[in-house]
Design a protein around this ligand. Sequence first.
Ligand code: GLU
Length: 464
Amino acid sequence: MSNVVTRFAPSPTGFLHIGSARTALFNWLFARNQGGKFLLRIEDTDRKRYSPEAVEAIYDGMRWLGLDWDEEPISQFSRVDRHAKVAHELLTNGAAYKCYSTKEEIDAFRTAARAAKRPPLFRSPWRDADSTAPDVPYVVRLKAPREGETTIIDQVQGSVTWKNETLDDMILLRSDGTPTYMLAVVVDDHDMGVTHVIRGDDHLTNAARQSLIYKGMGWDLPIYAHIPLIHGPDGAKLSKRHGALGVDAYRDMGYLPAAMRNYLARLGWSHGDDDFFTTQQAVEWFSLDKIGKSPARFDFKKLENLSGQHIRATDNVELLQEIEKFVASQHLPELTQRHREMFISGMDSIKERAKTLPELMDIAYYFLGERPFKPDAKAGHFMNTVSRGMLNRLTSRLRTVTWSLEELEAVIRDFAEVEDLKLGKVAQPLRVALTGRTVSPSVFDMMVQLGKDECIARLEDASR
Ligand code: GLU
């Protein structure tokens, strides 16, 4: 095992957002590629929004996506004492100071700064005060450098520099003694031994500010990789309409987790021109230098297309397991033993055209549905008096057939000739009689699969 440690640090909002899922996937792929560890930290310090269900929703999303994490997930909230301890160490070593300024004083400072057209960053008078502390509440602030520059070397964004005069003395500990988010992230990443921080580029400026805390403690910086956020197909920020949903919504739409991993990996990362790949290939190929610098665009068409390819590439027994998981997640009626057998024997032709699991199940209607198979709206006109008569004569012939594919084909072709009809003029009413629909897998394959008794029974239903 290498010493690489990545982490995914979601805030429990109630679901695993598709953008966060991609961040999780990149961290997972990198850790697995490197033979390192992938850790999970729940950023649950906002107690007003906290609920165990929201945390469970993250685990669920991760499990569905197949992103397994190492070790017990860390609760950020459980570590507040440690965060406070670090703030006090920073006080002791002079990298932080106690600030007694009140809210009113800070507001007055900002108003005056704006009036004088100076930057509104608060400059605390306590930064260099050597007077002893008054007996009033204080916050702990980082003593950030005011001159010079701070540079972050980022694996995706390259070298990015901030003027220190734009970085303020951020609060590390609030007056009630609770740590701020900025402090908690640094202390946790350090204590968890995180070597690579891979996250959305909305955190890039945080990296600059957080690096000052690392410096204050004399800790080594992790390697940063800030990935561009996902945009909609029109280039605008991803919205619900574009697909900014939780991963559970994609599970409900019936995409395979493997297809989702493939698609999310391609959102911002590339391996040559490869669009379709397996998870194992992605693990083998993944590297930070192939993450793109410009925002990826979410594209449902591409997702559907990859999903169809994954359905076809999935082994039939495994695909049946995916169908059963989907059925359970959607609270649909459980498959019977016969359904399972029919899926396995018919899967090669069923999976030919399906892009999602519901589409697959729709194609399997010819055995998931129940007799009698009444013609649907599009199929009704095939069941007129003429075709009924024709089907009756066909049924009589079929009673004598032993039901191999070759024999069925020969008999039905011969029947069409005798009736002076094109094969399609027999096959289409036959399909409607057998399934109630105008679209199904090949009639001959289906008849062999359904068996003689079932087919004759359905033809009898249709003639009534
Ligand atoms: N909890 C943060 C978020 O959900 C992630 C922080 C980080 O990755 O450093 O955006």
